[in-house]
Design a protein. Structure first.
Lengths: 210, 805
């Protein structure tokens, strides 16, 4: 059964608290038990508690599949991009290097690229993926557009990403503030943004006082 | 003298001038001097130690996706006070994994990593399958003994100690992870079977400051609101609450309030993940919270951001309080708290002008020798705003332990009888003694608190101890003192499912039950009473804890009142024993809990007129017009006049403030991957891997001063002890403060350093503030096995060894 077209994955990194529930729950999913496909990264641990969960964005035209010389990566009609198929994958690492979101990982023991398949065993049955089921902060959420609109009145969804000259649209939606003008996220531009002052010290001392 | 921890029971009409508790006692309880006996921590047990701790990972059927579980059991997480609903996958006698329980309304399937991996505690190679007695020559220092002989030995030692030194010479320590049935039974066991005054519980380290403040201000000790009241609060204020790591599911409620336009104020010396995007972040100095609350209240009064009608109608004591906070000008508040003046002003305005709000706090303000004062400061902001007892107007502490609420209700506290009754109250004694079929005069009077019990061991006033669901050696402050007292005991028995660090000092260890091996109720931090359901039987000779207690009673020849056949029978007696008390469970049944997804107490079986009713429970406390057994209709609060009390909290600096020798404030707390003393979570591999061993957090400015780099070995010293660990340099902590998480044992234990000063009212220890110094570690201080995992990997349990009797 395909994943119903009305059901979507919504990602709001602003909510992430770095708890690792997604990482731990991913390893409990029935298609790849014992192995987590989820990544959770600190942006800069020394400077901020900010963390970011990285899941497969399930691109409309997946770069990983485009660069695969063995045609091992399939995107099904319902928009889900699957883990490399074992008989075809030659473990060349092309996908690992090419994915703009840094998602596919090489499982060296199995000689196989493995990545999030949107918990196909669950989502194709209308269930939520493991990570989006357990996420305590709502940073990861699965459901319909109508539901998320109702739940998150201060946010809206975005599914267009720019990486320099490359534009990618994805099945997964990222939540952004409602009042944001742009209709896309410029990923490379944000890398150049300058770092702020020390928020701890700002909150401790008034300007001019010791 | 009256017991200062007792609930206030003003006799006769209360007016401001005569109300005895409005300016609560503030002298902290002295801590043991340097010269008492202490015992240094031993090294970690070797990997070959049969009792571990070993780190378990999923293996065998747990990784086999072809295995279909026999059943999915709806139950709750075994760890924190959120008590998330979870469905455990069970096959034969094994818990294979979990499924989210989407229908349970509090968490709707959400879980933190601890809940997700809790199934790995089941079938663990370290699980105690037999009774044990101490034997220095046996592997791990313990030798198996037949369960029946162990029970006989326990009973004969209890009997010997009590008949030689008196009933109070045998003490009982219990915990707030037990179900309410067990916690009720432990209270009954101590008070009726042992007739010892000395029973207390590990909520003494957790919920008691909140309880003390709640009792003084509201007359009852319960979080006041369901969590759904957070969702549309205009302002959410959280003081000393690391919500993201210690109450993870609450995060979604807070973020949801912000989606609805709410503002967030976080007060904490560390910028925890919930603080990162807060509208206002106030990095208060450890131990200064009441100063902040008093300063904010003064601002509210100065700008007339207070609800006069509410204050007039529902409270007493406001005018005196207004005079009391007058000296707390913005400048003084900023100076004492170390928070920028403009942030205090902004917080006062946000809080003062809101129409709805939710105030939360937890151990950050409560773990203080002035914890009750801090809590009262927070409550005053709530009462002055008039925002309580209505939708989206809330107040609550966030409880730490699974049954953090329930275990403070039914008699396992030193001064309590079931239904939140007081042990010192003659009427309560008469009622409960009646339910138990004993003479009220035979009930002991209130005894010593959990820390004082060990001081009494040092003085030979207590000679024997029964410990269950508590690992004091890791969780009590100044734990080298505790270790020495454990060794001093003439007889020490522990009931546990793993060989905890404390159990290793026992003479006899009895194999108790894991959460999934028994049933019963707990009260969540919303005070929603939910049901834990049994998945599997206890393995080997392990038994459900209530059976073990009853076996001891039988061996003592005191089985009368201890012949329950099931938790349901215990619960039915608890309902009767709690009837008429503040925490009235008389209308709660297992069936009602299932049908309603939990029942909020009080839930009455009878109307005030004595007619049987079908009461749904009380999600929100203190609603106008609500009835309670103390006010009897006079008002919504639990005092005879139905009015809440404005108490006058006093500011004192931390008991051990910084000085030239110890210039830094040490504060302690938790990380998300571990739970409390780690007895369970230090045995779960995937959780250990997240954060294997404690590090000390310090600010880059301090690190630069001391020449310390991120990851370097440093030594932290206090007047109690020293420990060497790696530095974590982060700018999310005040430069004058350092932080160490406390879940680890022996030489990794932060509680080697902490101070045992206690709050005079709640007796909570001051975990959150003591003076320390930090320096680069000397080469000889760096542990040899420095970079090894703290816990060796578990291998499947070997075949049982032949009996060695
Ligand atoms: S530890 Fe607390 S938040 Fe985590 S799953 Fe258990 S009950 Fe929920």
């Amino acid at each position: 059964m395909p994943v119903p077209p009305t059901l979507h994955y919504f990602l709001d990194p602003g909510r992430c608290i770095g708890c690792n529930a997604c990482v731990q729950a991913c390893a409990e999913c029935d298609t790849h038990r014992g192995q987590s496909m989820m990544q959770l990264d600190f942006i800069d641990h020394a400077r901020s508690p900010q963390t970011v969960p990285v899941i497969c964005m399930h691109c409309d035209t997946p770069t990983c599949a485009e660069v695969c010389p063995a045609d091992a990566i399939k995107r099904t009609e319902d928009g889900v991009v699957h883990t490399a198929r074992k008989p075809r994958c030659i473990a060349c690492n092309n996908c690992v290097l090419a994915c703009p979101f840094g998602v596919p990982k090489m499982n060296n023991a199995a000689n196989l690229m493995m990545k999030c398949d949107l918990c196909y065993d669950r989502t194709s049955q209308g269930l939520k993926p493991m990570c989006a089921s357990v996420c305590p902060s709502g940073a990861l959420w699965f459901g319909t557009e109508e539901e998320i609109r109702e739940l998150r009145p201060a946010s809206k969804t975005n599914r267009e990403f720019r990486f320099g000259g490359q534009t990618i649209t994805t099945r997964v939606r990222v939540m952004v503030p409602k009042d944001r003008a742009e209709t896309h996220l410029d990923v490379t531009a944000s890398l150049r943004r300058s770092r702020d002052a020390d928020p701890m010290l700002d909150a401790m001392y008034d300007e001019g006082s010791p | 003298m009256a017991d200062p921890n007792a609930n206030p029971r003003p006799g006769g009409p209360v007016d401001e001038a005569t109300a005895p508790n409005l300016e609560p006692q503030t002298e902290p309880v002295p801590y043991p001097p340097r010269d008492v006996a202490r015992m240094e921590a031993p090294p970690d047990p070797p990997p070959s130690d049969p009792f571990g701790p070993h780190a378990a990972y999923p293996t065998g059927r747990r990784l086999d996706t072809g295995v279909v579980p026999d059943r999915l059991v709806n139950t709750h997480c075994c760890y924190c006070g959120q008590q998330c609903g979870i469905r455990l996958k069970v096959k034969d006698d094994e818990v294979l994994g979990f499924e989210p329980w989407y229908d349970f309304p509090f968490n709707k399937g959400k879980l933190c990593p601890k809940g997700i991996k809790r199934y790995l505690q089941s079938g663990h190679p370290d699980r105690l399958l037999h009774a044990y007695e101490r034997d220095a020559d046996a592997p791990g220092g313990f030798r198996e003994m037949p369960y029946a002989r162990a029970i006989e030995r326990v009973a004969s030692e209890i009997d010997r100690i009590q008949s030689t030194y008196g009933n109070d010479a045998f003490a009982v320590l219990t915990g707030a992870s037990l179900t309410s049935e067990k916690s009720y039974l432990m209270g009954k066991f101590a008070h009726m079977a042992l007739r010892t005054a000395n029973i207390d519980y590990n909520g003494r380290l957790c919920m008691v400051s909140a309880g003390g403040g709640n009792n003084l201000a509201f007359g009852v000790d319960r979080g006041a609101n369901p969590w759904t009241d957070i969702l549309r609060a205009e302002v959410v204020w959280a003081s000393g609450a690391n919500i993201a790591e210690c109450a993870p599911i609450t995060t979604d409620y807070v973020w949801q309030a912000r989606e609805n336009g709410g503002k967030l104020i976080i007060v904490d010396p560390r910028m925890t993940p919930i603080a990162r995007t807060a509208d206002l972040y106030l990095p208060v100095k450890p131990g200064r919270d009441v100063a902040l609350f008093n300063g904010v209240l003064r601002e509210m009064i100065a700008h007339d951001w207070i609800d006069h009608a509410f204050i007039e109608r529902y409270t007493i004591g406001f005018d005196a309080l207004a005079r009391h906070v007058e000296p707390w000008t913005l400048d003084r508040t900023a100076e004492v708290t170390g928070v920028a003046r403009k942030r205090i002003e902004a917080a006062s305005e946000l809080w003062g002008t809101a129409k709805t709000s939710f105030m939360m706090h937890s151990r950050g303000i409560e773990h203080s020798a002035h914890g009750v004062q801090n809590v009262l400061g927070a409550i005053n902001l709530v009462l002055a705003s008039g925002r309580i007892g209505r939708p989206y107007c809330g107040y609550s502490t966030i409880t730490g332990q699974g049954n953090g609420q329930g275990a403070r209700e039914h008699g396992s506290k030193k001064d309590q009888l079931p239904g939140m009754r007081e042990l010192a109250d003659p009427e309560a004694r008469r009622y409960v003694a009646g339910v138990w079929g004993m003479d009220p005069d035979d009930l002991p009077q209130p005894g010593a608190d959990a820390y004082e019990i060990f001081r009494k061991v040092a003085k030979d006033e207590i000679r024997g101890l029964l410990l269950i669901c508590f690992n004091p050696l890791v969780s009590l402050p100044d734990n080298q003192f505790i270790r020495a007292q454990m060794e001093r005991l003439e007889f020490f028995v522990t009931i546990d499912f793993f060989m905890s660090e404390s159990a290793r000092h026992s003479h006899v260890v009895l194999p108790g039950s894991l959460h999934e091996e028994d049933e019963g109720v707990v009260a969540t931090n919303e005070s929603r009473v939910v049901k834990i359901n049994k998945c599997i039987d206890p393995p080997g000779e392990a038994k459900q804890d209530w059976r073990i207690i009853q076996d001891i009673c039988r061996a003592l020849g005191r089985e009368e009142g201890f012949t329950f056949e099931s938790p349901r029978e215990i619960f039915d007696e608890l309902r009767i024993a709690s009837k008429g008390g503040k925490a009235d469970y008389s209308g709660i049944t297992y069936e009602k809990i299932e049908a309603q997804y939990g029942v909020f107490w009080p839930c009455y079986a009878e109307s005030p007129e004595g007619e049987p009713i079908d009461h749904r429970g009380t999600p929100r406390m203190f609603e106008p017009g609500s009835w309670n057994p103390i006010a009897k209709g006079a008002g919504p609060f639990y005092f005879p006049d139905g009015k809440a009390r404005f108490c006058r909290p006093n500011y004192f600096p931390p008991t051990e403030d910084t000085d030239d020798a110890y210039p830094l404030m040490l504060t302690t707390g938790r990380v998300i991957s571990q739970f409390l003393s780690g007895t369970q979570t230090r045995r779960i591999g995937p959780l250990l891997d997240m954060y294997p061993t404690p590090r000390v957090e310090l600010h880059p400015r301090l690190a630069a001063q001391l020449g310390v780099e991120d990851g370097a070995w440093v030594t932290v010293e206090t007047r109690r002890g020293a420990m060497t660990l790696r530095a974590q340099v982060v700018r999310t902590i005040r430069p004058d403060t350092i932080f160490i998480p406390y879940h680890w044992a022996s030489r990794r234990s932060a509680n080697q350093l902490t101070l045992s000063a206690q709050d005079p009212i709640s007796k909570i220890p001051e975990f959150k503030a003591c003076a320390a110094k930090l320096r680069q570690a000397r080469p000889d201080e760096i542990p040899e096995a420095a970079d090894e995992p703290p816990v060796p990997r578990a291998h499947p349990r070997p075949e049982p060894a032949p009996e060695r009797t």
